[in-house]
Design a protein around this ligand. Structure first.
Ligand SMILES: *[C@@H]1O[C@H](CO)[C@@H](O)[C@H](O)[C@H]1NC(C)=O
Ligand SMILES: *[C@@H]1O[C@H](CO)[C@@H](O)[C@H](O)[C@H]1NC(C)=O
Ligand SMILES: *[C@@H]1O[C@H](CO)[C@@H](O)[C@H](O)[C@H]1NC(C)=O
Ligand SMILES: *[C@@H]1O[C@H](CO)[C@@H](O)[C@H](O)[C@H]1NC(C)=O
Ligand SMILES: *[C@@H]1O[C@H](CO)[C@@H](O)[C@H](O)[C@H]1NC(C)=O
Ligand SMILES: *[C@@H]1O[C@H](CO)[C@@H](O)[C@H](O)[C@H]1NC(C)=O
Ligand SMILES: *[C@@H]1O[C@H](CO)[C@@H](O)[C@H](O)[C@H]1NC(C)=O
Ligand SMILES: *[C@@H]1O[C@H](CO)[C@@H](O)[C@H](O)[C@H]1NC(C)=O
Ligand SMILES: *[C@@H]1O[C@H](CO)[C@@H](O)[C@H](O)[C@H]1NC(C)=O
Ligand SMILES: *[C@@H]1O[C@H](CO)[C@@H](O)[C@H](O)[C@H]1NC(C)=O
Ligand SMILES: *[C@@H]1O[C@H](CO)[C@@H](O)[C@H](O)[C@H]1NC(C)=O
Length: 345
């Protein structure tokens, strides 16, 4: 399903492009039809796609299930396993090598796949760093290198994808900070950098990505959420658990009315929670602030988070009694308040 939806977008785009080009110039329309594209000053065609993929094949050092046997010039590129060509251009639109147990590196030639919309290499053992030539892939909407062994910093040229919607580096060994050029990814809807070795402040430029709906930064070493995150009026899911956040919960975070899931479990956050924490979080379903150093009383009006399904405040130092109205949260499936210094019945 997902696979086709990424490509549908391309076709729609092509139709619009074609119309405007038709109005402008018949020559351009012809150019568009023959699926020629330029990388720098060089023209490319399906043969370029083929040689880029053969270069990738030669950089794959282990293919235990012999998946790449039909990646050969005797078979049309569009029939190679893992490849989907766009219906219109007959150029490679999706390269999906997920779950194929490959070991290898990424050659710069992949930057020649100028019609690529989706690039997905989930669950393999690709390693090394990412060549900057990937930044030529101007049509990309989806990048996933989830569960591989890439390392080094996240390159600053990651800012150069004007249509990127989904960016997933979950489970690699990327280190350093998130580059501030991320501000350029204005179409981004979800980002997953969980389980890497990233650190420092989450760049305040993230506040420019107003289309963001989901942010996953779990299991890194981030120490601060910038207040600019409050500009993300469509943000539904914010996961920054198992990091090194400290100080009070930023007020802007508990003021984002679009949030449905907020998980800051296992950090070093401290101070009290605002008593009216639920006033601006009407849609919250998951609130996980367990394993921090919060203290003071529990918020007295948690019952205003009426949609709550999961509330975890365990392993903090909350004191006082449990507000009775917590019983009004009738949707609640899991409530954890253990390991605090709460008193009463
Ligand atoms: C890639 O392939 C996997 C397994 O075949 C599939 O589950 C996934 O949806 C595909 N992803 C994309 C972006 O095409
Ligand atoms: C692709 O372009 C090259 C020259 O740039 C040409 O030799 C080749 O025949 C073309 N291939 C196709 C399939 O059009
Ligand atoms: C290439 O291999 C895949 C899986 O092994 C298969 O589904 C596909 O049909 C093959 N393509 C051709 C043209 O033989
Ligand atoms: C493709 O990319 C490689 C490396 O980036 C380059 O050497 C080659 O000339 C490019 N062009 C074509 C048409 O293959
Ligand atoms: C992908 O890799 C992760 C981490 O190694 C593993 O937990 C998960 O089960 C794998 N998924 C699949 C579908 O192989
Ligand atoms: C930002 O995007 C524009 C247009 O896509 C591009 O020209 C520019 O190089 C990008 N800047 C960075 C820092 O990535
Ligand atoms: C991104 O946000 C910063 C402030 O957080 C602002 O100064 C800058 O102009 C924004 N950049 C873009 C490209 O919108
Ligand atoms: C992102 O990473 C988290 C782990 O932090 C995982 O549970 C989640 O399913 C991922 N989501 C997406 C959309 O990639
Ligand atoms: C919280 O949000 C309201 C509007 O929803 C706004 O008026 C107020 O200034 C915000 N407070 C903070 C601290 O961001
Ligand atoms: C927990 O709070 C009590 C007072 O309510 C205080 O005496 C105690 O030192 C605190 N414990 C920790 C580990 O901060
Ligand atoms: C909680 O529910 C009880 C009855 O079930 C009701 O009397 C009370 O007003 C409710 N409290 C709040 C704060 O909604």
């Amino acid at each position: 399903m997902k696979n086709t939806s990424w490509l549908e977008g391309t076709c729609l785009f092509s139709v619009l492009m074609e119309r405007s080009r038709f109005l402008l110039s018949i020559t351009l329309l012809l150019v568009h039809h023959s699926s020629i594209c330029t990388v720098g000053a060089t023209q490319t065609n399906i043969t370029t796609d083929q040689s880029a993929l053969l270069a990738l094949k030669s950089h794959i050092t282990s293919d235990p299930h012999n998946i790449l046997v039909n990646w050969s010039t005797t078979t049309s590129v569009c029939n190679w396993v893992g490849i989907t060509c766009g219906a219109r251009h007959l150029r490679v639109a999706s390269l999906n090598l997920s779950y194929m147990s490959f070991t290898g590196t990424i050659p710069p030639h992949l930057g020649n796949l100028s019609f690529l919309v989706a690039l997905s290499f989930k669950n393999n053992s690709f390693h090394g760093s990412l060549p900057h030539e990937l930044s030529y892939l101007r049509r990309l909407k989806l990048i996933s290198f989830r569960f591989n062994n890439f390392m080094g910093s996240i390159p600053s040229w990651f800012g150069s994808f004007p249509k990127l919607q989904s960016f997933d580096l979950y489970g690699n060994q990327f280190s350093g900070t998130i580059p501030s050029t991320i501000f350029n990814l204005s179409t981004l809807q979800d980002i997953n950098l969980s389980a890497n070795k990233l650190s420092g402040v989450i760049p305040r430029e993230i506040g420019n990505l107003t289309m963001l709906k989901e942010i996953y930064l779990d299991s890194n070493n981030f120490n601060e959420i910038p207040k600019e995150i409050g500009f993300l009026h469509q943000l539904e899911k914010l996961y920054v658990q198992l990091n090194a956040l400290k100080g009070p919960v930023p007020v802007v975070v508990v003021n984002m009315s679009s949030l449905t899931e907020l998980t800051l479990y296992d950090n070093s956050l401290s101070g009290g929670l605002p008593d009216n924490i639920c006033q601006h979080l009407p849609s919250l379903q998951i609130l996980n602030l367990g394993r921090n150093q919060f203290d003071g009383l529990l918020p007295s009006k948690l019952c205003h988070c009426r949609e709550l399904l999961f509330l975890n405040l365990e392993e903090n130092n909350f004191s006082g009694s449990i507000p009775k109205n917590i019983g009004n949260l009738t949707m609640m499936k899991l409530l954890s308040l253990g390991y605090n210094t709460l008193t009463g019945n």
